[in-house]
Design a protein around this ligand. Sequence first.
Ligand SMILES: Nc1ncnc2c1ncn2[C@@H]1O[C@H](COP(=O)(O)OP(=O)(O)O)[C@@H](O)[C@H]1O
Ligand SMILES: [Mg+2]
Length: 242
Amino acid sequence: MNETTKKESATMSSTENVLRASHVAKTYDEGGLRTDVLSDVSFTLKRGETMAIVGASGSGKSTLLHIIGGLDTLTAGEVEVDGRILSKLSDAERGRVRNRSLGFIYQFHHLLPEFTALENVCMPLLIRGTAITEAEREASVLLERVGLGGRMQHKPSELSGGERQRCAVARALVTKPACVLGDEPTGNLDEGNAAQVYALMLELNREVGTSFILVTHDTRLAARMDRTLVLHNGVLQESPKH
Ligand SMILES: Nc1ncnc2c1ncn2[C@@H]1O[C@H](COP(=O)(O)OP(=O)(O)O)[C@@H](O)[C@H]1O
Ligand SMILES: [Mg+2]
């Protein structure tokens, strides 16, 4: 990342908290079947902070990330992203906040199979209206940065698992979002590749100042983040650092 990028992210927004969840509750109610998933989730995430969310399978980690990311609605409470309360926005405004302030990385890369690595990384910029030459320039910088400078014209099927996830990291960061949300972003990789992708995300966190919330099963990877929060019985609790 060059000096201009650092300066841009430093002046992007003066809001100290990138994310704030306040008494978030979520109940799925489908066909008379009620599932209380989240009962009372509150936390704040500062600009540049990294946070791991851990918890048993089915504890609601993905549900929580979807709500924070504006992909699912909450039953009660409030989520604020970069100073905007999601539930008070129209669908179009919420879409803009997602595109402007958040980046997403999933367990499976979710790259578009018909497009090259370069085109995939360009996509979030094109969606926000960046001209194609500028988008390609910025996407190339990011792809170089994640070690895929020699793979820009490859399609996802022509990349290894680790390379695909590094491409997904580049796509999540190309818009210089305030926060990246990752749902088991290395869950599909072997230990070596998982450690490499984590190291890369933490380097980018330090260089660009992007906050990260990563859901993971791996307590060793979680320990590399600034904070670890545990989701249990619908409540999120800070786990003390040793
Ligand atoms: N769309 C849905 N409708 C009903 N129940 C759901 C839905 N999505 C998730 N759940 C339930 O919510 C709980 C939490 O799921 P999830 O957030 O995926 O957990 P985790 O990511 O921690 O494994 C599970 O019991 C799951 O069955
Ligand atoms: Mg999940």
